[in-house]
Design a protein around this ligand. Sequence first.
Ligand code: PCA
Length: 318
Amino acid sequence: MRRILAGLGWLTLGALAQAWNMATPYPPANFHTQNIQQFVKEVEEATGGRLKVTVHPGGSLFPHPQILPAVRNGQVQMGEVLMSLLANENPLFNLDAIPFVATSYEEAWRLYQAQRLEVERWLAQRGVVFLYAVPWPPQGLYTRRPVDSAQDLRGLRFRAYNPATARMAQLLGMAPVQVEAADIPQAFATGIVEAMVTSAVTGVDSQAWDFARYFYDVKAWIPKNMVVIGRRAFESLPPQDREALLQAARRAEERGWRLSQEQETRAMQTLAGRGMQVVKPSSQLMADFKRVGEAMVLEWQRQAGATGIRVYRQYLGR
Ligand code: PCA
């Protein structure tokens, strides 16, 4: 009887269209956001219009640090978050933001496969369902003046976007200031920061040519965004709509990894086209970044715990 009632419940629900919201941190034209727009469009189509999700980009619904808490407590049904923003809650999230742990898309994918199960488990314990993750293009250094070694960076005010970039800045003798992607142009214009490490894509999003002359293509790490949904929201869907959502998520992940690689090349061309020097870092600068990366891996290992270490070993193939 109960099962029949539950079945009827789905039927009634199925007849009603659900209007959901999704909070994301990055600008509308960014490829992550565009990919999400395509994802929710496919969900709407596959559910015959029963599930309509409105995307609120650029931190317009919730500021970035509040997106996951808002999904957890049901203030918003879905969200996108930079995984390494959560490094202080679980060291597992830090791995894709430590310099030179994973620097190619191939390594980034393997690291993701090693992280994924534990990330899913950790989120599930907090009432959140993991849907998919997509990488940013590799991270490079933006400065106004030429930089030949870490010595040239000392004393600069550095834009950080997560705990790892803040720590890296400290180890390089810079002063970290946390600035969300949307606030980069303002932060440089007012002199709050003078240098940053991020992707060529975020450089284009923030029109880096207005405040920086050099982009050093360090390819230091490949951080990921993840897309999540609150468990209550997920379970309120009839089974076939849940399945439609999961399938659209798989397609979005595939598309996102491809888009990221396409965007890397295109964004570097745009930076150069706008007059920036898009250059290879000197071997000294590379060595300096690598030294800091090694120090950060050691620090990380001390706080990673058994699960973190196991994931890292799995990634390294040991
Ligand atoms: N863009 C985001 C995170 C990494 C990236 O490439 C940012 O700069 O905030």
